[in-house]
Write a protein that binds this ligand. Structure first.
Ligand SMILES: [Zn+2]
Length: 137
């Protein structure tokens, strides 16, 4: 029985024989305990492994692709991003950089977040108590 695992340290994907208790990572040398790591796929035939490894690699890199899709400007209506950005604001002051990090956390690309911030400052929903800091009015 073979399994496909990803190294917890460097995320390199490899196949292992599941009769073993551990396997070394071919990239970083980390020793994985096979009962501790997620076995993504199991196969009896070694011939299946190349395809299985490719699928697991795809799956591991998928979140990056999804993030790109989410970050497409048309993906989310402006108003929705605006309310998510307002939700991300604390009661007190926040540094603009920190707010941009939070905006990214709620799937608002930085460019869009800056645009919305500017609009909020212009309409007086936000103020800039000191340079680089923002607060709700
Ligand atoms: Zn590794």
């Amino acid at each position: 029985m073979f399994g496909v695992v990803a190294c917890p340290k460097c995320h390199a994907v490899r196949s292992v024989e599941l009769v073993h208790r551990s396997a070394g990572c071919q990239r970083c040398g980390y020793r994985m305990a096979l009962d501790k790591v997620r076995v993504w796929e199991r196969h009896d035939a070694q011939a299946e492994l190349a395809g299985a490894i490719a699928r697991v690699k795809d799956e591991l890199t998928a979140p990056a692709l999804k993030a790109d899709e989410i970050f497409a400007p048309e993906a989310t209506p402006h108003g929705d991003m605006r309310s998510r950005l307002l939700d991300a604001l604390p009661d007190g002051e926040i540094e603009e950089d920190e707010l941009l990090v939070r905006a990214r956390g709620v799937r608002i690309p930085e460019e869009k977040a800056r645009e919305i911030l500017l609009a909020l400052l212009t309409e007086g929903t936000l103020c800039e108590p000191r340079p680089g800091w923002l607060a709700k009015v």
